[in-house]
Design a protein around this ligand. Structure first.
Ligand code: NAD
Length: 549
């Protein structure tokens, strides 16, 4: 049992329920709690104002406050104190909304026993401690909120929910690399996160970006788990990253940084353990250096330790363009579903890196007119259509789109609101939010980037009838062809590009149809339906494997 007592404030107007909870807490062996009880929100706020409370157990329906407003008032008074909702069976939907709005958990009063109550309190306090550090990233919060929403709808077992809410393994490293003058040494932070180890080796990209942190990498690892499960690939989710701006590094600096980072995380990765791939800010050259460094350490060549490497080193045909190609296969299926003729449509693409440039190219091949495109430097708009070959040539020479002559310049924010049929997001997270969701004019939102849409924006898009192709399906082409690369590598054989594209299309469309069927049958949005598909598979596998020891 812990040394210090936990100070709980129970705000509950039903005397039977508050007595039950106090009795259960007295019976819990591993917690020492001091419980104060009030039966009105005003009294609770007054008590919280005096400080010293570690956790609030809150009934949302009180004589002096109703529903979510009760939670908002508590949050406003003490934003740092975690709140666990107490609910009756009739009000579970309201309680789940409270969790989406920031409460830590909810407990159904009539289902409680002292073990489940104690566990929920301990776990909430553990999450508060974890949050206060690196985990506090908006992206991780988004990934957890999306998961909790799916978990509530599918009535996921409490314990499985807790086990999936945080990654199983994380490694944080801080390491130096020499600048080119060999005088300056730079120290940067790096991360590798493995979310679920039950499904097979873990798999996930490596991101180089100046804002990478543990929470962001954990969110990306969690999405990889759902994505691999949805595609029925034999992997759990992982992700890695280094907090650095790669555009400020020379090629030699990039290589030194990559080699040192690989050595720092070498115990985590391996062809049967955890297999990195490219993500934002990294590419096939970075994968070649990772593979070479790993091979140097073990003493022989291990091509299968990474995917997304150059074809000559055992990379797969079609991997480089797979995410964009996959997105467009799915856009075609979604367009058919909503009755949109792509050959007469207009499209806007945010991002002109790997995913954005290939998405634009394959969209143009369907006959869609690309009228807007952007990168970190600017956005470009031409209602008559942009010439992709000319854009690619321009970027090859100038690195960025800024200055391209045959288009009007727009900001990235304006780009998202252009009048178009298809909007493909292929840059960053957190692009469609409550601020701009009602100004988007597209009919189909195709997510190539990870986490580009917030939960609140999802609701607005759903109400407005915009068809969303969520990231866990939309960008799954990348990991699917990475899986093909790993399979070819482990078997020492190669498939043709035709075989690869045909297999890719069949896997993606199968996942799309399963998700669409679930969304229609259960009246869910596509994202929640996709997450439920993925989470169900992981849950089934976890339950079949059982718990060690
Ligand atoms: P990339 O580094 O090749 O390209 C990123 C693009 O985004 C660049 O054009 C960059 O200029 C642009 N960009 C950066 N900051 C921007 C900003 N503030 N506003 C507008 N544009 C900005 O990266 P990528 O591999 O194409 O990845 C893009 C997204 O796709 C990421 O969310 C990544 O996680 C996701 N993704 C990539 C793959 C893959 O196979 N590469 C697979 C799945 C998901």
């Amino acid at each position: 049992m812990q040394d210090q007592a936990i100070h709980l404030l129970l705000i509950e107007d039903n005397p039977l329920h508050s007595r039950l909870i106090q009795r259960l807490l007295e019976g819990e062996q591993q917690l020492r709690c001091e419980v104060e009880v009030v039966d009105r929100l005003a009294a609770g706020l007054e008590r919280l104002g005096r400080g010293g409370i570690d956790l609030v157990l809150l009934d949302l329906v009180l004589p002096d406050s109703q529903e979510l407003d009760t939670l908002f008032q508590v949050h406003e008074a003490v934003p740092e104190v975690p709140v666990v909702i107490l609910t009756s069976l009739d009000d579970v939907t309201l309680a789940a909304r409270a969790v989406e709005a920031g409460a830590y958990d909810y407990l159904v009063k009539t289902h409680l026993n002292s073990v489940s109550l104690g566990r929920a309190i301990r776990y909430t306090l553990a999450r508060v401690r974890a949050r206060s550090g690196e985990w506090e990233a908006p992206m991780f919060r988004l990934a957890q909120q999306q998961f909790l929403k799916a978990a509530q709808i599918m009535a996921l077992d409490d314990n499985i929910r807790q086990r999936l809410l945080f990654p199983q393994r994380t490694q944080v490293v801080s390491f130096p690399f020499f600048r080119d003058d060999r005088a300056q040494v730079e120290t940067v932070f790096g991360y590798r996160v493995q979310h679920v180890l039950s499904m097979g080796p873990t798999k996930g990209g490596i991101r180089y970006h100046e804002e990478v942190d543990l929470g962001e990498v954990a969110a990306l690892a969690m999405w990889m788990t759902w994505k691999c499960a949805l595609m029925q690939l034999p992997f759990g989710g992982a992700k890695g990253g280094v907090r650095v701006d790669p555009t400020t590094l020379s090629d030699r600096e990039l290589q030194r940084l990559t080699r040192r980072f690989t050595v720092e995380i070498i115990d985590m990765i391996g062809p049967d353990k955890d297999i990195p791939a490219p993500d934002m800010g990294t590419n096939e050259r970075v994968m070649a250096w990772m593979m070479d460094t790993y091979s140097q350490q073990v003493g022989y060549t291990v091509p299968t330790v990474v995917t997304g490497k150059p074809v000559v080193l055992g990379g797969s045909l079609g991997r480089k363009e797979a995410t964009g190609r996959g997105l467009v296969y799915l856009v075609q299926a979604a367009a058919e579903h909503i009755g949109l003729d792509l050959s007469k449509s207009t499209a806007v693409v945010q991002g002109f890196g790997n995913v954005g440039s290939y998405s634009a190219r394959f969209l143009a091949e369907t006959g869609a007119k690309i009228i807007g495109i952007s990168d970190v430097s600017t956005g470009l708009y031409n209602p008559n259509g942009l010439a992709l070959d000319a854009l690619l040539e321009y970027v090859a020479e100038h690195r960025v789109l800024k200055g391209y002559p045959d288009a009007d310049e727009v900001t990235n924010a304006e780009l998202l609101e252009l009048d178009c049929d298809v909007l493909a997001l292929a840059a960053l997270q957190n692009q469609v939010t409550v601020e701009n969701a009602d100004r988007l004019k597209c009919k189909l939102l195709a997510e190539g980037a990870n986490g580009p849409t917030t939960l609140e924006a999802d609701d607005i898009l759903d109400e407005r009838g915009v068809f969303v192709l969520p990231d866990v399906i939309g960008n799954a082409g990348g990991v699917t062809v990475s899986y093909f690369e790993w399979v070819q590598g482990t078997q020492n054989l190669t498939w043709t590009l035709e075989e690869i594209n045909a297999r890719l299309k069949s896997i993606l469309l199968d996942a799309f149809q399963r998700t669409l069927r679930r969304a229609q049958a259960e009246q869910l949005d596509m994202r929640t339906a996709a997450l439920i598909e993925g989470v169900s598979r992981v849950t089934e596998a976890k339950l079949l494997r059982g718990l060690f020891p």
